[in-house]
Design a protein. Structure first.
Length: 174
């Protein structure tokens, strides 16, 4: 496991990590998810403080792209409909000139395990699947969709002296 001090970027799954895994569906097939605002703020803080951030999800809903655009993640760093998360993870690393060991990856279920093992630090929420918890380098005490992203992003950035809120830059970017 890479030390939190060596992390230079973050990547994560959506359902079960940024959400509690619940998905509502209306009669037209529109899918709805609930995101924790504190997790979203942590993503904004990461972007504000120079961390590349990727979303790698099997979900295909345009609402996912919209949610993360509001957090400052460029569209090319939101991998929707991912069926080979490791390939998408490697693409993200390549585009930013990162070694996989410099990236922290958050996942909650079997499709995430390969990426968690390839990353510098594989993280999961407390309610992740048993296999995923066994593969994790760090298990957040918080469940998915309930602040696990915030808890770990904040730890990493504070450890690196990069948990800095600049209201002028925040207003400019968000």
């Amino acid at each position: 496991m890479t030390d939190f001090k060596d992390i230079k970027a973050f990547a994560f799954d959506v359902d079960g990590v940024m959400t509690d895994g619940g998905i509502l569906c209306d009669l037209e097939g529109q899918l709805f998810r609930t995101f924790d605002a504190k997790d979203g703020f942590a993503v904004r803080m990461a972007k504000l403080n120079g961390f590349p951030v990727a979303v790698i999800t099997g979900g295909r809903s345009g609402s996912i792209a919209q949610r993360f655009a509001s957090c400052g993640i460029p569209a090319e760093d939101v991998y929707l409909g991912s069926r080979d998360k490791l390939t998408d993870f490697k693409d993200f690393c390549r585009r930013y000139g990162l070694d996989a060991t410099q990236v922290m990856y958050f996942g909650d279920d079997v499709p995430d395990i390969e990426v968690m093992r390839a990353s510098g630090c594989g993280v999961c929420p407390s309610d992740a699947s048993d296999d995923t918890r066994e593969a994790a380098d760090y298990i957040s005490p918080r469940p998915g969709g309930k602040g696990c992203i915030r808890e770990v992003f904040e730890q990493v950035m504070k450890l690196q002296g990069r948990w800095n809120f600049d209201v002028l830059q925040y207003k400019k970017h968000f």
